[in-house]
Design a protein around this ligand. Sequence first.
Ligand code: HEC
Length: 254
Amino acid sequence: MKKLLLIIASLYLPLGAFAVEEIGVPAQGGAPEYLFLEKVDEAEAHSTAEMISKSLAIGRLVIFSHMGVLTDPELGDKGFTGDYFLEQWKGALEAETMGATPVQQRILGKLMWAGKQSIDNNQDRLNVKGVKWKHFLPAKWAREAGLMFNSRTGIVTRQPSINYRHPSNAPDAKEKEVLAAFVKSGQEAKPVGEFAMMGKQKVYRYFDPVHLMEPCLACHGKPKGELDMLGFKKDGLEAGDVFGMISVSVAVEE
Ligand code: HEC
């Protein structure tokens, strides 16, 4: 028995030799952080990012315009299926996507798939009866659709904001800088973009301001610090103010 314990101890002891120096730091070197399955020509980078951002903004509006039904506690099955949503979304997008190139059409097809999938994934949540706020919002749809879109394209879409509620929307250094400029410009804030590197991959980064509308103020409005219906502290903003942005990073062919 003693011998056995000694053998076990000697197996574990060497591990102590690999003491970790610092915990939670980014790995150095290696391939780009994301696998870029879709890449666009430099000349198409801006219009592609713009198309993706507009599509997400319009998808958000489609959900927003159904919030009455979606938050009705009397209703069980809302009929707000992925297919229904896709039909509405596609209809609202037609004008924006008419001039899409074949590559952009393929990318858009993947975005449509991801957007529909996000609604399909949320059916159990959406169809709960007796609860008004089921934590399903345009921002949640766009976040979840963005993740699935990313897995099929490598294109990164996020919604960083001033006071982000979801941790995955924490702005990075560049996004913070752009957000500050957007806040300064207020109602006049316009989308901006630039080429940058993501690991070893050249990307086009596009930032599109999200302005608040009247109904958003129930949660993002005044009085600052008061709890909204979901328990978050309100942001103290007004209609027209910039709250956040849609941030899109598209890989560029070199
Ligand atoms: C019922 C409260 C509520 C209302 C109304 C509301 N939001 Fe939000 N907002 C949230 C919550 C909660 C999140 C986090 C969603 C998530 O990612 O799960 C969020 C997230 C966001 C984000 C992403 C950044 C973040 O905080 O994670 C943006 C941008 C945003 N909202 C803008 C808007 C706009 C524009 C409107 C009006 C069209 C609006 N919101 C209406 C509660 C609300």
